[in-house]
Design a protein around this ligand. Structure first.
Ligand SMILES: NC(=O)c1ccc[n+]([C@@H]2O[C@H](COP(=O)([O-])OP(=O)(O)OC[C@H]3O[C@@H](n4cnc5c(N)ncnc54)[C@H](O)[C@@H]3O)[C@@H](O)[C@H]2O)c1
Length: 438
């Protein structure tokens, strides 16, 4: 496979300059200055095994595939709140002011959000002032396209990627306006309510041939019109919803139960969270979008249709409670009721005291770098190999999503091997023993 070299600069355009986006930007800058390590980022820290175990070839992923260098990343963002990245990071309260913000203050202050395409109908708890005006949604899309072109030109960039790090929008389902490009463009001209701001950004990016990754559970690029547009224009897309804390743990534990054929009768998950994301999710309509995204995976992993005795009657509940004193330091509790031999019940409790944006920032970095790689490798449409990063991974028609974290990791690494013409690793391993016998 021919992969274009990562020459020149890569512009990373973030929709939303809140907790996740500023933790990501400030983190990259601290790493670039040698002040911290990119912990949690596969693209920066992980190695990949090549060939047989006896060959001992284990390069770092970033040395194996041609990824953009961190020094070549340039950032821009849109947000309806006009705070620059320094002020936004201070308000988010994730990173230590003296350790990680003050030393890079001028850099962060230089990142000022462009006016957003925003409408409070879709995010009820926010009041935005830094907002684009236009006759209709199509005109707003044209303004976004202009932002993308201007950024590329003024910062002398070679390529762009867009990552949605903005608030979760209200729950929407795909409708007639999302089926074809003609219907979508007409709906934008008519200011149809089924066209959410996130879809306008996605459309603008695809029309500019820019890869788009969606970190929230909104539909955004998970629509027939976007899938087709991405295929036609040879642009990679993916989503949805960064897989970070509680759901990441779920996608590790549930496959373990299934692997050992242990039954599950209930899984109760609750969270307390006090950042702006928590406040937005306190609105029932935004919560519904998140709930759908968090609920889906157990059914896919456990396959109750194949194992009705073990997983036919699972009671699964997910709650998010807005609790301001905790800020970004979420606490997620899971009570898991399992059963074993002859049906005897057991319980597992998980109490994850995590930091939401600390878990999400490295995912934003990896997605930006891998989506750029995908574009340079000529891959287009849904990038299933990046399911590893998403709570509700997009998949091609006729398939189902793969949620098991370790299958996703294998898929990701095998895709990198495939791109670089290396053998797939099947973990069969029998060859070592045949050689041993000889
Ligand atoms: N942190 C995690 O672990 C995690 C995991 C999965 C998903 N997410 C999602 O990532 C998103 C960002 O999370 P956060 O903690 O940074 O939230 P945040 O509230 O701190 O930041 C979101 C920002 O998006 C802005 N925004 C809202 N609508 C916009 C629009 N139309 N255009 C441009 N900007 C817009 C808001 O003004 C805000 O500044 C949320 O949707 C969240 O659900 C986060």
């Amino acid at each position: 496979m021919e992969i274009d070299a990562a020459n020149g600069k890569l512009g990373v355009m973030l929709v939303g300059l809140g907790a996740v986006a500023t933790t990501f930007i400030a983190g990259v800058e601290n790493v670039r200055r040698g002040r911290a390590l990119p912990i949690g980022s596969l693209s920066q820290m992980a190695t990949i095994r090549l060939g047989k175990r006896t060959e001992k070839r284990m390069p770092k992923i970033k040395e194996f595939v041609p990824l953009a260098d961190l020094n070549d990343l340039v950032f821009a963002a849109w947000d309806p709140i006009p705070d620059d990245a320094y002020t936004a990071a201070l308000k988010a309260g994730v990173l230590d002011q003296h350790e990680h913000l003050e030393p890079i203050k001028p850099f962060l202050q230089s990142i000022k959000p462009m006016p957003a395409v925003f409408d409070q109908y879709y995010v009820k708890r926010l009041h935005g002032t830094n907002v684009k005006r236009g006759k209709n949604k199509r005109e707003l899309a044209e303004q976004l396209r202009e932002d993308m072109r201007n950024f590329k030109q003024s910062a002398k960039l070679d390529r762009l990627v867009v990552v949605w790090c903005a608030s979760t929008e209200v729950f929407l389902t795909p409708g007639p306006a999302h089926q074809s490009l003609a219907a979508f463009e007409t709906a934008m001209e008519q200011n149809d309510q089924s066209i959410a701001p996130s879809m306008i950004y996605a459309y603008a990016a695809l029309m500019e041939n820019i890869p788009f990754a969606n970190g929230a559970p909104n539909l955004t690029v998970d629509l027939p019109v976007m899938e087709r547009l991405a295929e036609e224009r040879h642009v990679p897309i993916g989503g949805k919803d960064f897989k970070t804390g509680q759901t990441m743990m779920k996608s590790v534990l549930a496959p373990a139960f299934k692997a050992r054929m242990l039954g599950l009768s209930g899984w109760y998950s609750t969270n307390i969270l006090g950042n702006r994301d928590g406040e937005v999710l306190d609105d029932p309509e935004s919560f519904k979008t998140k709930e759908e995204s968090k609920l889906g995976l157990l059914e896919h992993i456990l396959q109750p249709e194949l194992y009705p005795e073990l997983y036919g009657k699972v009671y699964h509940k997910v709650r998010i409670n807005y609790y301001p004193p905790r800020g970004d330091n979420k606490e997620g509790w899971d009570n898991i009721d399992i059963f074993g031999w002859l049906g005897y019940p057991m319980q597992i409790k998980v109490d994850f005291l995590c930091r939401d944006s600390i878990l999400a920032a490295p995912i934003v970095l990896d997605l930006a770098l891998f989506f750029d790689l995908a574009a340079r490798a000529g891959l287009s449409g849904i990038q299933e190999w990046l399911s590893f990063y998403f709570k509700s991974p997009q998949f091609a028609q006729g398939l189902y999503a793969e949620h098991d974290l370790f299958i996703q990791q294998t898929k990701l690494k095998n895709t990198l091997r495939w791109m670089m013409g290396e053998e797939q690793i099947t973990h069969l391993g029998i060859e070592y023993y045949e050689y041993a016998e000889k």
